[in-house]
Design a protein around this ligand. Structure first.
Ligand code: ADP
Ligand code: MG
Ligand code: MG
Ligand code: MG
Length: 575
C-alpha cells in the first residue's frame, strides 16, 4: 500500500490542520517534477509484479483455519534473509496484520525469456514456513458492541495503516459500512438482521454487513507495474489498462465469500470501494477514493471522456499555468480534492528540493484501478500500475495473469491498437464484472474495430459507436467471428513473429491456455471454484453459511493445490 515512512504520527485534528499545506506543497512538488521529467525519453521497458499473500494458521486438531496476525515476524524474517542476500524477492507490509506483499528483488527486463522466470521467482518467495507458529489473535465478532466487527489488532502495526483506517472513520464521521448481497439459497437468512449500528444505519436486508476497512483491503491483489518509454506511451498504456481493468477483474475473480457467508458477488470490488470510503454524506456525489479511472489521459482518449470529473479548480489552474496539459492537469487536480489521511511530523517540511512526499501522500491514497506513477530522479521513468486483479491460489496462475498483461501491452503498443471506448462504458463494465459468474454469463462493452483511426478529429463519441459492442468474456479473450479477433489470438500472432525460444514459448502457451479456458468457461475462475467447493461440501446446509469446518477444508484443499500435492482439473485443467 504505497508510501511507507517511520515517524511521529499526527492526530486526525492535527493532520486536518496541515491538509491545505500538504495539498499546496504536493501540487508544487508535482509541477517541479513534471517540468524536470516531462521530456524524459527512451526509458527501457522493465516491469514487476506485486503479489499479496494471506498468512493462514491451520489448527488441524480443531479443524480450524484462521488468518494469522504475524506479518511483522514474517517480514522481519524475510528482511533478514534479504539482507543476507539470500532472497530473490522483496517484502513489504500490507494493511492487514496477516498480509504480506512480495515482488521480485529487481524488475524484470523486457527480454521475452525473462517471462519464463516469473513463476519461479514467485515460487521461491514462499516455501519458508518455519515462522508459521500459532498466532493468538484473530478477528472476532462482538455482538454486544455497536462496532460489530472492529478489532484493531487485525491492522498491521505500522502507524500509517492504523491512521488510514481510523481517519477514514474520522473524516466521514462514522464507521465504514459495507453491505454485499448475500447468495440466496433455499434457506438463506439475512445475517444480523436486527442489528443496528450507532448511527442507526440498518443492516440491509439480504446483505452481508461489514464495518471494517480490513474486509476490503484484506482481500489480496495482484498488481503489475510497467515502465513506459516516455510520458506519451505511459498515457496510452494508462488508458488501455483502464479499459482492461473490469475485464481482468472479472477474469481473475476470487472473492465470493465474506465474514463466513457466501455472497452474490465474485469480486471484492464494491467491498473494497466501500471499505476505503472516507466521503461525508454531503460528498456522496463525488467518486470514492478507491474507484475506477476517471478519464483517459492520452489525446486519443480525450473525445471518449464522457464522465464528468470532479476536480479542484484552483489546482487545475495552477497546473495549467505551469504548462501541464489539460487532461493531466484535470487528473492531478482530481487527486487533490482529497485530504491527507495520515501525516508524520518529520515529513511536514520537505527535506530536499526533490522531496515529493506530499504529492505521494495524496497520490498513494487515491486508489484507482490504474495509476500513473511519476519518475524518480535517475532510476525510474514514467510508469503505469495495473491494480484490479485478484490474487490466485498458485504461482502458476499468478504468473499467467501477470505475464498476460505484459504481453498484451506489448501487442497494443507494437500494433498501435486502439481499444478505447467511452469511459462511461468502462464504468458500466465494472458493475457487470463483479457479479456472480460474470465470466460465463456477463457481457461487457468492448471495442470491435481495434485499428486506430488515422484522423482522431474525425471520430466523435457518437459516430464511433458502431465500433464497440457488448461481448462475452469468451469473445473478448478468444475472439468472435467477423467481429473481434480476440486478445489471445492477437498475442499468439505477436509471439509467432517474435523469435521466442522454445522453452519460454512453451511456458507462455500454458499461461495463455489457462486464461483462454477460464474465459471460455472450460476452467473455473478461483471465485467459481470456491463457490462450488462450498456448495458441494457435506456440511453445507443451503443457507449460504460457510462454517468453520467448510472454511478449514477449503483452505486445506487450496493449500494442497498451491503446493502441487493435489490436482484440480476444474480450476487448472492439466497444468
Ligand atoms: P507500490 O506499492 O507503490 O505500487 P511497490 O514498490 O510495492 O510499489 O512495487 C513496485 C513494482 O514495480 C515491483 O514489482 C517492482 O519490481 C516494479 N518496479 C520497480 N521499478 C520499476 C521500474 N522502473 N519500472 C517498472 N517496474 C518497476
Ligand atoms: Mg499491496
Ligand atoms: Mg506495493
Ligand atoms: Mg502497488
Amino acid at each position: 500500500m504505497g508510501l511507507l515512512t517511520e515517524g511521529t504520527l499526527l492526530s486526525w485534528q492535527e493532520t486536518k490542520q496541515w491538509a491545505d499545506y500538504v495539498k499546496r506543497h504536493g501540487v508544487q512538488q508535482f509541477i517541479k517534477l513534471f517540468n524536470k521529467q516531462r521530456d524524459r525519453v527512451n526509458d527501457v521497458f522493465i516491469w514487476g509484479d506485486e503479489t499479496e499473500y494471506a498468512i493462514i494458521k491451520f489448527e488441524h486438531d480443531k479443524k480450524m483455519a484462521r488468518v494469522s496476525l504475524r506479518s511483522e515476524e514474517v517480514l522481519d524474517h524475510m528482511n533478514m534473509l534479504e539482507n543476507l542476500g539470500k532472497l530473490s524477492s522483496l517484502w513489504h507490509p500490507e494493511l492487514g496484520a496477516y498480509m504480506v506483499e512480495a515482488m521480485p528483488s529487481k524488475p524484470y527486463s523486457g527480454l521475452i525469456h525473462e517471462l519464463n522466470m516469473v513463476e519461479t521467482n514467485m515460487r521461491t518467495r514462499l516455501g519458508c514456513d518455519d515462522f508459521m507458529d500459532p498466532a493468538t489473535n484473530s478477528l472476532h465478532e462482538n455482538n454486544t458492541n455497536s462496532l460489530v466487527f472492529l478489532d484493531e489488532t487485525i491492522i498491521h502495526k505500522h502507524p500509517k495503516f492504523g491512521a488510514i483506517t481510523r481517519n477514514i472513520r474520522n473524516r466521514r464521521r462514522k464507521k465504514v459500512i459495507i453491505n454485499v448481497p448475500i447468495y440466496k439459497d433455499q434457506k438463506t437468512l439475512t445475517p444480523h438482521e436486527n442489528l443496528q449500528d450507532e448511527k442507526s444505519e440498518r443492516v440491509v436486508k439480504n446483505h452481508i454487513y461489514m464495518d471494517n476497512t480490513i474486509f476490503g483491503t484484506g482481500c489480496c491483489s495482484l498488481q503489475v507495474t510497467l515502465q513506459a518509454s516516455n510520458i506519451q506511451e505511459a498515457k496510452i498504456l494508462h488508458d488501455h489498462l483502464a479499459v482492461l481493468s473490469p475485464i481482468m477483474m472479472a477474469l481473475s475473480a476470487s472473492s465470493p465469500a465474506y465474514r463466513g457467508y457466501l455472497s452474490d458477488r465474485d469480486c471484492r470490488w464494491s467491498v473494497i470501494v466501500n471499505s476505503l470510503d472516507d466521503r461525508t454524506d454531503e460528498e456522496r456525489g463525488i467518486k470514492p477514493r478507491y474507484s475506477s479511472v476517471n478519464s483517459y489521459l492520452s489525446s486519443e482518449g480525450e473525445i471518449l471522456n464522457d464522465v464528468e470529473v470532479v476536480f479542484d479548480r484552483r489546482v487545475y489552474k495552477e497546473l495549467r499555468d505551469a504548462g501541464v496539459d489539460h487532461l493531466l492537469s484535470q487528473h492531478v487536480a482530481h487527486l487533490f480534492i482529497r485530504e491527507p489521511l495520515f501525516l508524520f511530523s518529520e515529513n511536514i517540511h520537505p527535506k530536499s528540493e526533490d522531496d515529493i512526499f506530499h504529492y505521494e501522500n495524496i497520490h498513494s491514497t487515491n486508489w484507482q484501478t490504474v495509476r500513473l506513477k511519476v519518475p524518480s530522479e535517475g532510476s525510474s521513468g514514467w510508469r503505469v500500475e495495473f491494480r484490479p486483479m485478484e490474487v490466485q491460489f498458485t504461482d502458476f496462475e499468478n504468473a499467467a495473469y501477470a505475464v498476460f498483461i505484459v504481453l498484451l501491452t506489448r501487442v497494443i503498443l507494437s500494433l498501435n491498437m486502439d481499444l478505447l471506448i467511452p469511459i462511461s462504458k468502462v464504468d458500466e463494465n465494472y458493475e457487470e464484472a463483479e457479479k456472480r459468474d460474470a465470466v460465463r454469463s456477463g457481457t461487457f462493452w468492448f471495442k470491435t474495430n481495434i485499428k486506430k483511426s488515422k484522423k482522431a478529429k474525425d471520430k466523435t463519441c457518437c459516430s464511433d459507436e458502431w465500433s464497440y459492442a457488448k461481448m462475452t468474456m469468451n469473445e473478448i479473450i478468444n475472439g468472435k467471428d467477423n467481429l473481434f479477433p480476440g486478445l489471445i489470438p492477437l498475442i499468439r500472432r505477436f509471439l509467432r513473429r517474435a523469435a521466442v525460444e522454445v522453452d519460454t514459448l512453451r511456458t507462455l502457451q500454458k499461461y495463455l491456455e489457462l486464461l483462454q479456458h477460464r474465459a471460455s468457461g472450460k476452467l473455473l475462475t478461483t471465485a467459481q471454484w470456491i463457490r462450488e467447493y462450498i456448495l458441494d461440501h457435506p456440511d453445507y446446509r443451503q443457507d449460504s453459511v460457510v462454517t468453520e469446518r467448510i472454511n478449514y477444508d477449503l483452505l486445506c484443499t487450496a493449500d494442497r493445490i498451491q503446493r502441487g500435492e493435489l490436482k484440480s482439473p476444474r480450476l487448472l485443467g492439466s497444468f
